[in-house]
Design a protein around this ligand. Structure first.
Ligand SMILES: Cc1ncc(C[n+]2csc(CCOP(=O)(O)OP(=O)(O)O)c2C)c(N)n1
Length: 345
């Protein structure tokens, strides 16, 4: 059975969903919906983790939703995505069902990686979503390789690669930028600059904190954008994706954003003040987007409640469907771990 066939099914809603609000992710309302889904999925995951129902690590992107919600809808179905370990939202917006994501977090066989990867290893080659990588900057060379493969096969696809500011310290960033530029590969590098690499502030780990400026070292066009504003993100991403597709060359987009919660679930956050967090929280991308839509008459109080209810229901159903799934049978323990060996070896 293929992974697609094994997916738990949740909600049979039409294109505009039960709330009747548009699901066109290119529209401002659709972007609000996308961010709300990501936020609620992650908040639910945090609760389940605290209850001991999810094991391993869990890195949440609460506060950073405008980045994935701004960029991913601008990609075509054939385009490829590589993300970091803070990738639940990217997987969800790429079309991975919330029930499949929860199943992976619960370690169930109906998870996208059969429950073997967990939070940091969401992966679905069928949807052209290549992780979920636990190693900082490991996704960048992978993205360059995918783009090189497309170029050699004459495919039109572009590859979007999401990574944190901490990845910019690593050799993988510089080697990938160099080769992508040298070989003119269609890679959209998206740096999710949330100002911290674990507990280290950007000023303490980068000699030059203007990440977009680093594109110039490699001859890569770049831009910095307010990563707390989903509409600004969508505009910048549309332009960046268009350039990569049209010129067949890389582009570096730096999204200036912030994570509201700890680096992972266990982090006393002694490296930043509560005032700083509160300042950024006042720019919550969901509240900002909602307010903008309300002020322009595109969202009523009732419509917002329906949207919240719809997303809440989706997450409830997803958790129930995921938890009802089985664990991988013990006989499968060595499957995909040990290679078949011939008599000569
Ligand atoms: C090569 C490597 N070095 C160190 C680590 C440990 N580590 C895990 S997360 C992290 C910080 C990365 O920060 P950033 O890239 O800014 O991403 P963010 O967590 O802010 O999303 C580090 C150093 C790792 N996973 N991989």
């Amino acid at each position: 059975m293929s992974q697609r066939e094994a997916e738990p099914v949740v909600t049979g809603a039409g294109p505009d969903g039960p709330s009747g609000l548009t699901r066109d992710l290119q529209s401002p309302l659709g972007r609000l919906f996308a961010m709300l889904r990501v936020r609620r999925l992650e908040e639910r995951a945090a609760e389940l983790y605290t209850q001991g129902r999810i094991g391993g690590f869990l890195h949440l992107a609460v506060g950073e939703e405008a980045v994935s919600a701004g960029v991913i809808p601008q990609l075509a179905e054939e385009d490829r995505i590589v993300a970091s370990y803070r990738e639940h939202g990217h997987a969800l917006l790429r079309g991975m069902p919330s029930a499949v994501i929860f199943a992976e977090l619960f370690g169930r066989v109906s998870g996208c990686s059969r429950g073997r990867g967990g939070s940091m290893h969401l992966f679905d080659a069928g949807r052209r979503f290549y992780g979920g990588t636990a190693i900082v900057a490991a996704g960048l060379p992978l993205a360059v390789g995918l783009a090189l493969g497309d170029r050699l096969r004459g495919e039109e696809a572009i590859t979007a690669c999401f990574f944190g500011d901490g990845a910019v310290d690593e050799g993988g960033f510089h080697e990938s930028a160099n080769l992508a530029a040298l070989w003119k590969l269609p890679v959209l590098f998206v740096c999710e600059n949330n100002r911290y690499a674990m507990g280290t502030a950007i000023e303490r780990h980068l000699s030059v904190t203007d990440i977009a400026a680093k594109g110039a070292c490699y001859g890569i066009a770049s831009a910095a954008v307010d990563g707390m504003d989903v509409d600004a993100m969508a505009r910048a991403a549309t332009e960046a994706v268009g350039r990569v597709r049209h010129h067949g060359e890389p582009f570096l987009l730096e999204a200036r954003t912030y994570r509201f919660r700890a680096h992972s679930m266990y982090d006393p956050q002694r490296y930043r003040s509560q005032e700083e967090v509160a300042r950024w929280r006042s720019r919550d991308p969901i509240s900002t987007c909602r307010q903008r839509l309300e002020e322009t008459g595109q969202l009523s109080a009732g419509a917002w409640s329906s949207l919240e209810e719809e997303v809440e229901r989706e997450m409830q159903e997803a958790v129930a469907a995921a938890e009802a799934g089985g664990l991988e049978p013990v006989e499968d323990l060595t499957r995909d771990v040990l290679a078949e060996t011939g008599p000569e070896s």
